[in-house]
Design a binder for this molecule. Structure first.
Ligand code: FAD
Length: 395
């Protein structure tokens, strides 16, 4: 007798948690579980700003997928999804035959949101995956090496577009990296410019003001320049042009200003808002009883009808929820509604500094940095228990 086929797309926070949960809940005669991911490894997205700045090696931000799943229960396919065919109930892959499914879980993450800024996709860098952060680091180092010969200031000017979570965390890492990088290339530290440009009227919009002030003061004390309420209008080969026409010449422009859903989801015909799917209370896509969308590809609204920001935290909780509740559905039970339980937010400002709110407690400085480390380690614990924490814990 054939068993229901569950196909999970993407081994990010949401996809991995779903796969692990289903493998734990369901016996092999209850469902066939397949996980598809374009790389053989999972990248720890919340750590990518570190290798992008060069404060840690990119291998610290990735994990072999077969090493963290039960490969006897989960059939892992390393391949790129090229199309989702909802009517045919199949997924097309680049190098393998199309995959048929009875239940589909989409956890393909996000893509950069450029807000139509001219030249951004062509000329800026994006903190997206292992390959992209390796490129950023190598590009930045090459520009610094050229400065020794050419002495052009733009070679050691770095513009970071967006002062949200990713932007601030990346700027914090750059601050940590600069002394060593400048020593390596014989560049006086004070010559380097790190400019964080943000269109909104504040750094970290929506975050506690006292903590934002702390972060800005700390980063400014390390030489970071903030341009707030300053939209970037164009990104060129030479740098950025701001609203009003001012040009900043910079050899390295890194855009962190926002994300939208993966375009495969839009192309599948599911209704989306900026590429993200407004899922129902059981994380189903509208109009498709057998299709679930999780992580950055999904949109979940709070009681005030405002969408929760896309985070690893909500993606992980959605995966944990679906592991249990999809198993229940297969057994003919009711799915409970998904309820997001925010546990707090901590933004790092380099290795030893951070700001955050956990429960109703505000944290800053070393205490927040410690909490950030605990949060990072929790992800390894969820994936591979204490042994993985010990193996990857030096992050
Ligand atoms: P992802 O983790 O993005 O995984 C998607 C997976 O799908 C990837 O493995 C990808 O390779 C795969 N994939 C994509 N397209 C295809 C395809 N066509 N075929 C096959 N596979 C494909 N959130 C927090 O909660 N706390 C933080 O501190 C935090 N810090 C962050 C710092 C940075 C620098 C960044 C960039 C993000 C940060 N976030 C943080 C946000 C968080 O990382 C994302 O919300 C989270 O990764 C989303 O998880 P996901 O499961 O939706 O997708």
């Amino acid at each position: 007798m054939s068993v229901p086929k569950i196909v999970i797309l993407g081994a990010g926070y949401g996809g991995l948690m779903t796969a692990k949960g289903l493998a734990k809940e369901l016996k092999s005669n209850e469902a066939e579980i397949t996980l598809v991911n374009q790389n053989s490894y999972h990248y720890v997205t919340t750590e990518l700003h570190k290798p992008a700045a060069g404060t840690s090696h990119h291998d610290h931000a990735r994990l072999s997928i077969p090493s963290v799943i039960n490969t006897k229960r989960i059939h892992f396919i390393q391949d790129r999804v090229t199309a989702i065919k909802l009517e045919e109930k199949e997924v097309q892959l680049e190098n393998n035959e199309a995959l048929k499914y009875d239940y589909l879980v989409i956890g393909l993450g996000s893509a950069p949101e450029t807000f139509g800024i001219k030249g951004l996709l062509e000329n800026a860098f994006f903190i997206r995956n292992i390959a992209s952060v390796r490129t950023i680091r190598e590009h930045m180092e090459y520009m610094f090496s050229r400065y020794a010969n050419e002495k052009k200031e733009e070679l050691i000017t770095i513009v970071v577009g967006g002062a949200g979570f990713t932007g601030i965390e990346y700027v914090g890492e750059l601050v940590d990296r600069m002394p060593e990088l400048c020593r390596d290339y014989d560049i006086p530290l004070e010559k380097v410019r790190i400019i964080n440009v943000e269109a909104a009227p504040t750094v970290l919009p929506g975050f506690d003001k006292e903590l934002v002030d702390y972060a800005v003061k700390y980063l400014e004390s390390k030489g970071v320049e903030f341009l707030i309420s300053t939209p970037i209008e164009e990104c060129t080969e030479d740098g950025v042009i701001l609203k009003g026409g001012q040009e900043i010449k910079a050899a390295t422009v890194v855009w962190t200003g926002g994300v939208r859903g993966n375009k495969l989801v839009e192309e599948s015909g599911i209704e989306t808002m900026r590429g993200r799917v407004k899922v129902d209370e059981t994380l189903r896509a509208p109009g498709f009883d057998n299709v679930f969308v999780i992580g950055d590809s999904s949109l979940v609204f709070n009681e005030d009808e405002r969408p929760y920001p896309p985070t690893a935290q909500i993606s992980t909780q959605q995966g944990q929820y679906l592991g249990k509740n999809l198993a229940a559905l297969l057994r003919g039970e009711e799915m409970k509604p998904f309820k997001y339980m925010p546990k707090g937010t901590v933004a790092s400002l380099g290795r030893k500094e951070a700001i955050g709110v956990v429960g109703n407690k505000k944290l800053k400085g070393g205490a927040a940095a410690f909490m950030k480390k605990v949060i990072d380690l929790r992800w390894f614990y969820l994936l591979g228990g204490f042994s993985l924490v010990l193996r990857k814990g030096k992050l």
